[in-house]
Ligand binder design. Sequence first.
Ligand SMILES: Nc1ncnc2c1ncn2[C@@H]1O[C@H](COP(=O)(O)OP(=O)(O)OP(=O)(O)O)[C@@H](O)[C@H]1O
Ligand SMILES: [Mg+2]
Length: 314
Amino acid sequence: MRLGPHPQPLRRFAVRYAHSLAVSGAPPPRVCHAALARKLARLRFHSSNPALTNSIERGKASARPASNFSKRPIITAERLTIGYGETVVLADLDFAVPRAGVFAILGGSGSGKSTVLRHLIGLETPMQGTILIDGKPPVRGSGAPAYGVLFQSGALFGSMTVAENVSLALRKWTRLDAHAIDTIVRSKLRLVGLEGFENHLPAEISGGMKKRAGIARALALDPPLLFLDEPSAGLDPVSSAALDELIRTLNLSLGMTTVIVTHELPSIFSIVDDCILVDRAARGIIARGNPAALRDGSTDTRVHAFFNRQSQAA
Ligand SMILES: Nc1ncnc2c1ncn2[C@@H]1O[C@H](COP(=O)(O)OP(=O)(O)OP(=O)(O)O)[C@@H](O)[C@H]1O
Ligand SMILES: [Mg+2]
């Protein structure tokens, strides 16, 4: 974080925040967020790191009644047309991502799921239409990343240890000292079950552990929004189920919104609250809602085929 006019008090709060994460293995109680926010407000602190500011705001918001909190969507997309060059991949998308849940972008291979995600995080510019995240266009540019992202390719830097990979954003975008960064990195790795693997190189851990390290890296700046593109692709069913559990736990305990792209039906039915199903031939959304409800209730043969292919065989 870029420290404002009162660096020392802020640093103390940040370290206490990190310490709380490290000691309990979980984020500090919500009241800590609110207290931190109040103290920072008294210090008239304005962070230039939107991720941290959002995190604090989220903490304040989480002290509100859940009903008010969850009703406002965190992302809205209207009349969104996206593609590359002259080629339209998906047109006229309208959808809203509810706050503090797990939202999935589903569809067949090549249907445009990653393309939607790349637009939501501001990597690509829509051909038409709008995307608003908390009322503002996606954050682009060279500042601190406002969202946590695990890309489909998801590569860690092979020459860096797991801890160095996770610490990258903290070193680049905050002025925390080495001890505070180390504390935060350890707490993130504990959160994803990788305590003790700090000094391993990516080549020395399994595929599932790499995914979890990637999630720890995405969580480094406490983002209010986490985007995961096929986090369990290539994992065995047991590792995949463990990863699902981790994603759900992070979502519940940190109160963050998770947007996930996945093909895995067991994951979809176990962790996803709400989804859109995109279709390449239709060039748009062919279904939306809760996946289990769509599986059981949709009369659209394409939707039925998507949600029943493996569950029928199982
Ligand atoms: N950078 C790019 N430039 C041009 N076309 C692209 C680019 N990335 C993807 N596409 C095209 O856009 C379409 C949608 O691709 P996308 O990667 O979004 O699909 P997907 O649903 O994520 O597929 P998968 O499940 O295989 O990951 C495909 O036809 C793909 O070839
Ligand atoms: Mg993809």
